[in-house]
Write a protein that binds this ligand. Structure first.
Ligand SMILES: Cc1cc2nc3c(=O)[nH]c(=O)nc-3n(C[C@H](O)[C@H](O)[C@H](O)COP(=O)(O)O)c2cc1C
Length: 199
């Protein structure tokens, strides 16, 4: 097979998506959508993330050194896409109804509807020219109870939660179908939410 060269891209390398939760200065939660998330090892499993540019999530991680990372599933995609397209600096970003709890170990907001919630504490940060890398200790992971049910095959449990993946600025279902381009699934998210609340 012939090869072609391309610069600075991760197209065709699917990534898992997470919603990072922090508390703003006024104590209310903010969530942003992120895919530059992976793992590292330093005696125990850690997490490593990168945030580019200026973002509310970055400001709040730097201020508090803690945050949550909530796995994005197909059920959460429309909210997640909205949270990835609207800056936390917009005061009305979080004006919608969602069940938001607290970490069991750290003072971080978690999305109850996400089946896996990491509670992360920054161990080290590396400022870059326009981004910042954070190496984090995993202080706790909250799982939906059904994920710990060993009597159910692991493939079945994963299919049930259906994590979304992304590459080529496109979202994919757990079984590989296209779910939309970045910016599509979240269109009208807050409007629909408000309509549901009024109904
Ligand atoms: C699919 C998707 C993935 C994203 N992944 C990242 C990422 O890994 N790093 C990053 O800096 N921004 C990423 N973003 C952009 C942030 O989600 C976006 O800037 C968001 O508005 C940040 O929210 P905040 O201001 O409340 O922190 C992503 C956006 C989308 C739509």
């Amino acid at each position: 097979m012939a090869k072609i060269s391309r610069q600075g891209t991760n197209d065709f390398c699917p990534q898992t998506l997470f919603l990072y939760g922090t508390y703003k200065e006024d104590g209310t939660p903010d969530f942003g959508l992120f895919c530059w998330f992976s793992y590292c090892w330093d005696k125990t499993l850690g997490a490593m993330i990168c945030i580019g540019g200026e973002k509310m999530t970055k400001d709040r991680i730097k201020a508090g050194q803690v945050f949550s990372a909530n796995l994005v599933t197909e059920k959460l995609l429309s909210m997640a896409d909205y949270l990835g397209c609207k800056p936390g600096y917009d005061e009305d970003k979080m004006d919608f109804d969602a069940e938001i709890g607290k970490g069991a170990v750290l003072d971080v907001p978690i999305l109850t509807a996400s089946p896996v919630n990491f509670e992360l504490e920054v161990a080290q940060s590396i400022p870059l020219e326009d981004g910042e890398v954070f190496l984090c200790r995993i202080k706790n992971v909250l799982y939906d109870e059904m994920l710990a049910d060993e009597s159910s095959p692991v493939g079945e449990r994963l299919r049930t939660i259906a994590p979304v993946s992304t590459t080529c600025e496109t979202y994919f279902s757990y079984t590989g179908e296209v779910l939309g381009a970045w910016g599509d699934p979240g269109k009208g998210f807050t409007k629909n939410r408000r309509r549901q609340m009024q109904a």
